[in-house]
Design a protein. Structure first.
Length: 285
C-alpha cells in the first residue's frame, strides 16, 4: 500500500488514469449496487441511477483535476505578481509529481534569476578594484541625498580629488603597484568619512565624496583630513612603501537651486585650481 501511495505521489499520469477509470466505471458500479440491493430493473429507475452516478463521477473528476492542477494556477499568479511588483513568488508544493516538480523548478529559476540580476547590478555600480561605487552608482545615489538635504536645509558638499603624479607611479613601479595604491586610497578615504557619506571612484585616479551637512566648513575639514592622511600615510605595495599626495576641489552646493552636475563642475574647477597652484592642497569655495 505504501508503494502505491508513493507511486501516486510521484506520477501525475497515474493520478489522471485513476480519475478517468473512476469516471468510466462509476455508473456501472452504481447500477450494480442498485440491482444488488434487490431493486427492480425498471428502465426509469435504472436511467436515474446511471445519470446520478455519471454526474457524481463528473463532479469528483472535476474536483480531482482541479486539485492536481491548482498549483500551476497559483504559480502563474505568483509569477505575474513577481513581474508586476517584484515580490518573490512562493507556492506551497504538494507532492513530487510533474506539477510539483514544475513548480519547484520555476521557483528555483526565479530565485537564480534574482540572484543573477542583483549580482549584475552590483557589478554595474561597483568599481571592481577598490569596491567603491563607480560614477554610475554615484549619479543614481546622489539624487536621494540632494532631496534629503533640500528638505532639511542642509548643504551638499562635493569633494573631488585626484592623486598627484599617479602616472609616474605606474611608470616607475608598474600597474600592479598603482592598483595597490588606489585600494589604499579608497580605504583611507572611507576611514576619514562617515559610514553614510557617498564615496566613489569616478575615474582612473579620481575620487569623489558627497556629504550633506549644515556646517559651514565641514567639507573643507573633511578634505583636509583625507589629504593629510594620504600625505602622512604610506601605501604598502609589493615594491615597498609609496608616498602619495592628492589635490582637492571642495564645493558646497545649494540643493534647492543647483543640480549635482553643476556642483561637480564647480568642484572640478576648484580641483584644477589646486593642481595649478602646486598640488597636494585643498581648494574650496
Amino acid at each position: 500500500m505504501k508503494r502505491l501511495w508513493a507511486a501516486l505521489d510521484r506520477s501525475l499520469s497515474l493520478k489522471v488514469f485513476l480519475v478517468c477509470f473512476a469516471i468510466i466505471h462509476l455508473p456501472l458500479a452504481g447500477l450494480l449496487l442498485y440491482l444488488g440491493l434487490g431493486n427492480p430493473a425498471d428502465p426509469i429507475p435504472v436511467l436515474v441511477v446511471a445519470l446520478l452516478a455519471t454526474l457524481l463521477g463528473s463532479l469528483l473528476a472535476f474536483g480531482a483535476v482541479h486539485y492536481f492542477l491548482h498549483p500551476i494556477e497559483l504559480l502563474v499568479t505568483a509569477v505575474d505578481r513577481y513581474q508586476e511588483e517584484g515580490v518573490e513568488p512562493y507556492v506551497q508544493v504538494r507532492g513530487s509529481d510533474a506539477v510539483g516538480r514544475l513548480a519547484e523548478t520555476m521557483l528555483r529559476l526565479v530565485r537564480m534569476q534574482d540572484a543573477t540580476l542583483i549580482s549584475l547590478k552590483r557589478q554595474a555600480n561597483t568599481d571592481p578594484l577598490t569596491g567603491l561605487g563607480n560614477r554610475r552608482w554615484l549619479n543614481n545615489a546622489v539624487s536621494s541625498e540632494i532631496a534629503r538635504a533640500a528638505r532639511n536645509d542642509l548643504g551638499v558638499w562635493v569633494i573631488v580629488f585626484d592623486l598627484d603624479h599617479f602616472k609616474a607611479i605606474n611608470d616607475a613601479f608598474g600597474h600592479a603597484a598603482g592598483d595597490e595604491v588606489l585600494m589604499t586610497v579608497a580605504e583611507t578615504t572611507q576611514r576619514q568619512m562617515r559610514p553614510y557619506d557617498l564615496i566613489a571612484r569616478i575615474g582612473g585616479e579620481e575620487f569623489c565624496v558627497v556629504a550633506t551637512e549644515s556646517g559651514a566648513a565641514f567639507g573643507m575639514i573633511a578634505a583636509e583630513r583625507i589629504r593629510l592622511a594620504l600625505e602622512l600615510g604610506k601605501s604598502d605595495t609589493q615594491t615597498g612603501h609609496l608616498a602619495v599626495t592628492a589635490s582637492f576641489g571642495v564645493y558646497r552646493g545649494d540643493p534647492k537651486s543647483e543640480t549635482f552636475s553643476e556642483m561637480m563642475r564647480r568642484a572640478d574647477e576648484l580641483l584644477y585650481l589646486a593642481k595649478a597652484q602646486g598640488r597636494n592642497m585643498v581648494m574650496g569655495n
